[in-house]
Design a protein around this ligand. Structure first.
Ligand SMILES: Nc1nc2c(ncn2[C@@H]2O[C@H](COP(=O)(O)OP(=O)(O)OP(=O)(O)O)[C@@H](O)[C@H]2O)c(=O)[nH]1
Ligand SMILES: [Mg+2]
Length: 430
């Protein structure tokens, strides 16, 4: 248990109507009483108080919440001060709290304490950060589902089933002479395989949850001058890239973040694909190809009248540009004109549809993090090993290690080494 009492601004930085200062730790009651002039306000009720500094000055008039533990966010005694949101007010109050011996919180420290005090598991803690980071509605919904504990319940369920297998397995080891019916061994193996198959199915989701959390990557490619830069500017609704009638204008990969179908998407404008003697342009073409290879979707542009290239990746949308100049594109191409706006709504719909299709899930909540994926892959491999283990003792050990991997996801076992990495990604005050 930690003995320090911490404080931090929980609301955003900068001038605002109200700023929320948060306090947590064993000295909360004493410091709050002193701030309020001697007496604690009634618990869990908003009370208007004049906040005093250590001498006889007034810091602010604020709404004060006294939240005695353990039924608080952190599990400790806590308080919130709803201050007037001016810079000088915030600084004066922070100064007074520091004078009283409190320490400014580190990023994610409130949530870290909540985790250490068993108020939430690691998956829920990560969901809180996702909720704060959510830029779109689909991301918000995914974070909320994870916060509701559905993902944790799924992983704990697997762990519980493996625990039963392990218990039976150990009974077999401890009482080898008892004539256990062979069905018992078969049933153990069946459960083990069923859990492993569930894990593999969960892993085999084309990264939907992770993609929604992190955003998709769409690359715009095509020959020089087809209108790639014009298109990224139109989709981003701002001047991302220089447009000119000189072929080979764009060399670097230029990015713009947009929301398509509720999913954040990073669009990349790239150099026009062609053979060139110019070393810099050639490097641009190399980068363009690399970007196309790594993209979740390639938006390939051809001029109306041109043929479709033969080597498009499986995930692509073919677009015929400059429809205002006449001419049809190749079969199946969407005709657009960034200049007249023709076909642009259709293209936006098509891209939104693709983004949704890559991230939507039904059924159990999807995997959302590389950290979880790594642990699940390790667990599945250990269950493979357990299945074919030569001795019951070895199978027991593989099972124990597999359960440990699952436990590390929710934070129920051995995660001390992970906590710094996980919570340092949070904002201060959360
Ligand atoms: N008529 C017409 N011209 C267009 C349209 N879109 C782009 N252009 C013109 O085509 C030329 C090339 O446009 P860019 O967007 O720079 O083409 P790009 O594909 O980025 O070219 P590079 O960067 O050189 O590979 C410019 O003169 C644009 O104004 C369109 O829909 N209609
Ligand atoms: Mg360009």
């Amino acid at each position: 248990m930690t003995a320090e009492t911490i404080f931090a601004l929980a609301s955003g930085a900068g001038r605002a109507a109200i700023a929320v200062m948060r306090i947590s730790g064993p000295r909360t009651a004493a410091v709050l009483a002193a701030l309020c002039g001697g007496a604690l306000p009634p618990p869990r009720q908003a009370s208007l108080r004049r906040l005093r500094d250590g001498k006889d000055g007034t810091l602010d008039r604020a709404l004060v919440l006294w939240l005695p533990g353990p039924r608080t966010y952190t599990g400790e005694d806590a308080a919130e001060l709803h201050l007037h949101g001016g810079r000088a007010v915030i600084e004066a109050v922070a100064h007074a709290l520091a004078e009283a011996g409190l320490r400014p919180a580190e990023p994610g420290e409130f949530t870290r304490r909540a985790f250490l005090n068993g108020r939430l598991d690691l998956i829920e803690a990560e969901a809180i950060n996702d909720l704060i980071e959510a830029e779109t509605d689909a991301q918000r919904r995914q974070a909320l589902r994870q916060l509701d504990g559905a993902l944790g319940a799924l992983y704990r369920g697997w762990s519980d089933r493996l625990r039963t297998v392990l218990a039976h397995q150990e009974a077999l080891i401890d009482f080898p002479d008892e004539d256990l019916p062979p069905e018992v061994d078969a049933a153990l193996l069946a459960t083990l395989r069923a859990v492993r198959d569930d894990i593999r199915r969960h892993l085999d989701d084309a990264g939907r949850g992770e993609k929604l959390r992190e955003g998709l990557h769409f690359a715009i490619t095509g020959a020089p001058n087809v209108g790639k830069s014009t298109l990224i500017n139109a989709l981003a609704e701002r001047d991302v890239a220089i447009v000119s009638d000189i072929p080979g204008t764009t060399r670097d990969v230029l990015e713009a973040r947009v929301v398509l179908g509720g999913v954040p998407v990073t669009l990349a404008d790239t150099a026009g694909l062609r053979q060139t003697e110019d070393a810099i342009e050639a490097e641009g073409v190399r980068r363009a190809r690399a970007r196309a290879r790594d993209a979740d979707l390639v938006i390939h542009l051809v001029e109306a009248g041109a043929n479709a290239p033969a080597d498009l990746p499986a995930s692509h949308v073919l677009v015929a540009t400059k429809a205002d100049l006449g001419g049809n594109g190749p079969d199946g191409a969407l005709r657009i004109s960034a200049r007249s706006g023709e076909g642009m709504d259709g293209l936006r719909d098509r891209l939104a549809q693709a983004a949704r299709a890559m991230t939507e899930t039904d059924g159990p909540p999807p995997l959302t993090r590389a950290r979880h994926r790594a642990a699940l892959l390790a667990a599945a491999a250990l269950l493979d090993a357990a299945e074919t283990a030569a001795l019951p003792e070895l199978r027991g050990e593989d099972l124990r290690l597999a359960m440990r991997e699952l436990g590390r996801i929710t934070g129920h076992v051995g995660v001390e080494d992970l906590l710094d990495t996980i919570f340092s990604a949070f904002c201060i005050g959360k």
